[in-house]
Design a protein around this ligand. Structure first.
Ligand code: UGA
Length: 444
């Protein structure tokens, strides 16, 4: 495989993982970010996010001289042939995707494309369907303004959506289920596809809007699976069925597959909620009424508070009761708190007058930022403690929200006599009920 020159705009988890992995594969990568402090850290091989395996890959790439970091757009654009955009596309108030970071990346890139250049601009950021074609016109007009001749011949836009899970991002990059590349020009799409050659992935080459849609449809489908199994779980509880076994039985059918059928207290993170909302917004903008997708979100909002409904069955008055909370991150193996089910859940406990003692193995610092206002307002009623057992001291009940491994191996003695709400079905009901009041999701 020949080594290619790649710039990656944005060193968040998608940009950094993609950049470091491309460099690890032998390409020459320039990582760009406007945040100078971050760039300083990265030059030293320090990873500013919690992502297992990433520090090792990054250091190896730095040692081999395959990756460098800069804040200088001119340098990045002039010294690369492929420019990947991996900046955030957060949700706006109305659910639509905020494209301001993507737009400003296009503008900065367009400033440095010269008369003799040909740059392949690849969107890794999740952008609404249609953005690629719009970007073509946008960049063309920027180049025209600069007096660049035949501007449409100076660049091509490609969509190459990412399917990386936080916490497993390096593994997902190195062993992808598939690589999707969409472009109006198939040869150019093929050139982007060849960057992944060494990984020998299943490859799908499409047009631009189709590639963009594959990303939204995939995330929305996974979110739908979760809301579906959560709804089934709630019905199971009323009928005496066990949702974990139901999911296993369903998953044995290869048309269904066993993945993303774990019932719990809802999905969070920076992707599913944002992408489902954005797809709903896009659908409405073209006159569609996506009822299923809207229900996926509604079921999820309700499910996040399901553990509290269960708690109230056993402790109807939470005023001045102490509730331990285990797990704050939106899922294990990450310190990410974005859209975490713990956020509405802790807020609701506080509003019901409970005292909360919360613990997470890695997300404590981020959690303190998220709950900044509550820390001020509720003072001693919201405590962040350094150890899972410390959270249990004096607690009347425990709610488990995130299924970190360290919670699975617990000294059961410490849970004795408490009300335990297991929001992720990590313990065995028959074992737990021997020494505590135990509730889980979709199991009686
Ligand atoms: C998700 C997708 O899985 C990735 O393929 C995609 O690339 C990424 O979004 C993205 O768009 O960037 P991620 O948000 O890291 O990845 O997290 P997941 O592992 O998918 O979990 C999302 C949420 O669903 C978590 O809150 C998790 O607890 C919940 N979940 C997951 C369930 O409640 N049940 C399940 O069976 C699986």
């Amino acid at each position: 495989m020949s080594s290619k020159r790649i710039a990656v705009i944005g060193t968040g988890y998608v940009g950094l993982v993609s950049g470091a992995c491309f460099a690890y594969l032998g390409h020459k990568v320039i990582g760009l970010d406007i945040d100078e402090k971050k760039i300083e850290l990265l030059r030293k091989g320090e990873v500013p996010i919690y992502e297992p395996g990433l520090d090792r890959i990054l250091r190896r790439a730095l040692e081999r001289g395959n990756i460098e970091f800069t804040t200088d757009y001119e340098y990045a654009v002039k010294n690369s042939d492929f420019i990947f955009i991996a900046v955030g596309t957060p949700s706006k108030e109305d659910g639509s995707a905020d494209l301001s970071y993507v737009e400003s990346a296009y503008k900065s890139i367009a400033e440095y494309i010269g008369n003799e250049d040909f740059k392949i601009i690849v969107n890794k950021s999740t952008v609404p369907v249609g953005t690629g074609r719009w970007a073509k016109e946008f960049i063309k007009s920027l180049l025209e303004k600069r007096g660049i001749k035949n501007p449409e011949e100076r660049f091509e836009i490609v969509s190459n959506p990412e399917f990386l899970r936080e916490g497993k991002a390096v593994e997902d990059f190195m062993k992808p289920d598939r690589v999707v590349v969409g472009a109006d020009n198939r040869d150019i799409a093929g050139m982007v596809a060849s960057l992944y050659e060494k990984l020998q992935p299943a490859m799908l080459i499409t047009d631009l809007p189709t590639a963009e849609m594959i990303k939204y449809a995939s995330n929305s489908f996974l979110a739908t699976k979760i809301s579906f199994i959560n709804e089934i779980a709630n019905i199971c509880e009323k009928l005496g069925a066990d949702v974990t076994v139901v999911a296993r039985g369903m998953g044995l059918d290869h048309r269904i597959s066993p993945y993303f059928l774990n019932a719990g207290c809802g999905f969070g993170g920076s992707c599913f909620p944002k992408d489902v909302k954005a797809l709903i917004h896009t659908a409405k903008s073209v006159g569609e009424e996506p009822k299923l997708l809207s229900s996926v979100m509604k079921v999820n909002e309700k499910q996040k508070l399901r553990p509290i409904e269960k708690l109230l069955k056993h402790i109807p008055e939470l005023k001045d009761k102490t509730i331990a909370v285990w797990g704050l991150a939106f899922k294990p193996e990450t310190d990410d708190m974005r859209e975490a089910p713990s956020i509405p859940l802790v807020r609701k406990l506080l509003s019901l007058g409970a005292k909360v003692k919360a613990y997470d193995p890695v997300a404590m610092e981020n959690a303190k930022k998220v709950f900044k206002e509550e820390i001020k307002t509720f003072g001693e009623k919201l405590l962040f403690v350094d150890d899972k057992y410390e959270a249990l001291e004096g607690a009347d009940a425990l709610i488990l929200i995130t299924e970190w491994n360290e919670f699975k191996e617990v000294e059961f003695d410490k849970l004795k006599g408490k009300v335990i709400i297991d929001g992720r079905n990590i313990w065995e009901p028959s074992v737990m009920r021997q020494f505590c009041v135990y509730e889980s999701i979709g199991r009686v």
